[in-house]
Design a protein around this ligand. Structure first.
Ligand code: DC
Length: 211
């Protein structure tokens, strides 16, 4: 049986970096499930199709190829916005969750990060982490990341965006963002990613090597 690490949390909490680091350390396969919602949204945008037709969006969701997810393209801001809109649709979620579950069974283990991994996609995961940080810290990190990559960014606009995204992700009826009852909370507001990784490693090692 595959070992599953579920990592959930709001946008820009640092769960992507943390998940990649964990997957690398343990030699596990990693899936950023946000990219599956982003790929579906991009396919709709590219085809000039509406973002509010659930049947059409679900058809696109079934076509998503997990092997072809390109983070550098899908990271674009407008794609994230569109992804957050189609992520409220139950038929889209059903299609993507099925593909994510299939991925989660890969040997020897997997790390999946997203919003509903510990609650809906893999409730049987051996380790569940809920990674969060205050909206201010998350907006600051996103801002600094854009500047570091040579872009231009407006902190106030990013802060508003983070709050809007939280409302949509936490407020939707189907699979809202929330910690699983048995998730370990990791608040990274005053913690470096390195410190968060060390904290996560202690939790994972305790399950992998109980003695
Ligand atoms: O993590 P991200 O910014 O790449 O996610 C983009 C959108 O996809 C996010 O606003 C909500 C949605 N999403 C989701 O509903 N469930 C997941 N497991 C992952 C992402």
């Amino acid at each position: 049986m595959s070992f599953i690490i579920a990592i959930d949390g709001p946008a820009a909490a640092g769960k992507g970096t943390l998940s990649r680091r964990i997957a690398e350390t343990y030699g596990f396969h990693h899936l950023d499930t946000g990219l599956t919602y982003r790929a579906t949204a991009k396919a709709l945008l590219d085809a000039g199709l509406p973002l509010d037709d659930e049947e059409v969006a679900a058809t696109m969701a079934h076509e998503v190829d997990l092997a072809g997810l390109d983070r550098s393209v899908l990271a674009q801001h407008h794609i994230g916005e569109a992804a957050s809109k189609i992520a409220v649709m139950p038929l889209v979620r059903r299609a993507l969750v099925e593909a994510q579950r299939l991925f989660s069974s890969r040997e020897p283990g997997t790390v999946l990060d997203g919003r509903d991994i510990g609650t809906v996609v893999c409730p049987q995961a051996q380790v569940k982490l809920y990674v969060t940080a205050s909206p201010d810290v998350r907006a600051r990190r996103r801002h600094d990341e854009i500047i570091a990559n040579g872009g231009s960014a407006n902190y106030a606009a990013i802060f508003e965006d983070v709050k809007k995204r939280d409302e949509r992700d936490m407020g939707r009826a189907d699979s809202p963002l929330k910690p699983a009852d048995d998730a370990h909370l990791l608040d990274t507001s005053e913690m470096s990613i390195e410190a968060a990784f060390q904290a996560a490693k202690i939790l994972i090692d305790a399950v992998l090597n109980p003695n």
